[in-house]
Write a protein of this length. Sequence first.
Length: 152
Amino acid sequence: MALDRALALCGARRGATADADIVLPSGDDVEFFGAGPGEVGGMFALRSLDQELANLIFEVADATRCLVIFPGDEPAFLRTPGHEGVALDPDAPEIVEVEDAAALFRRLHGPAESWADYAGSVTGAPPPDAPEATNSDPTLLDRFFKRSNKKD
């Protein structure tokens, strides 16, 4: 129920059968993996990050009282105002307060862009401003996974 409240605050919705897990107001889709029965938490599978998606992540974290964990060079647990919990593991990364979705976006944007660049290099996809690659050798991932022919 908390997830549905957060989606409504953002103008997003759960995807229909043919849609992705969550559909944003812009029509973009987001993959979301929720926790199993009796568990808490979830995971967004991000390919990039913009303010609309940061709004969704913030509202979901705030409504569900979950920490936002992003594995970057300086990992931290990000806590929204609606969450008062603490990390139970003394070796856990620090907990950083994020007061709103804009602060969350500022905190995650750099690491998300670095991750997108890395993921593109692993899958063989050139960065948006890179010249066309001339090496025709497939990457290891290309050998096992085919790219979708779906047009955006």
